[in-house]
Design a binder for this molecule. Structure first.
Ligand code: PRE
Length: 89
């Protein structure tokens, strides 16, 4: 495989990730609506610990574990930022 081939595979995976992240955000949006109606707080530390522990246990290649978990920390951070905006509206 040359560099262009590898990048083409990355582009294909990125397109799948975009779809999955969009689907996740649709669910996060539902959570935000629920919290707005019930007065719940956006941050749920215990839920985030469960997610991050599960993600860490699901990574098969331990060399990638830290990177993947950090990526999910970013996903959660951005999920919270999105929800805070929704709750302020
Ligand atoms: O499950 C929730 O309560 C959410 O708000 C969703 C979510 C997530 O993106 O998974 C985001 C923020 C919380 O701290 C925990 C989890």
């Amino acid at each position: 495989m040359n560099l262009d081939d590898i990048r083409s595979d990355i582009d294909t995976l990125d397109a799948q990730l975009v779809q999955l992240l969009e689907a996740r955000m649709t669910l996060v949006s539902q959570v935000a609506t629920f919290k707005k109606m019930t007065g719940g707080r956006v941050l749920d530390n215990s839920r985030e610990l469960v997610i991050l522990d599960r993600v860490a246990s699901q990574v098969e290649n331990l060399d990638y574990a830290e990177t993947v978990v950090n990526t999910f920390k970013d996903i959660l951070k951005n999920s919270r930022a999105y929800q805070e905006k929704v709750l302020k509206k």
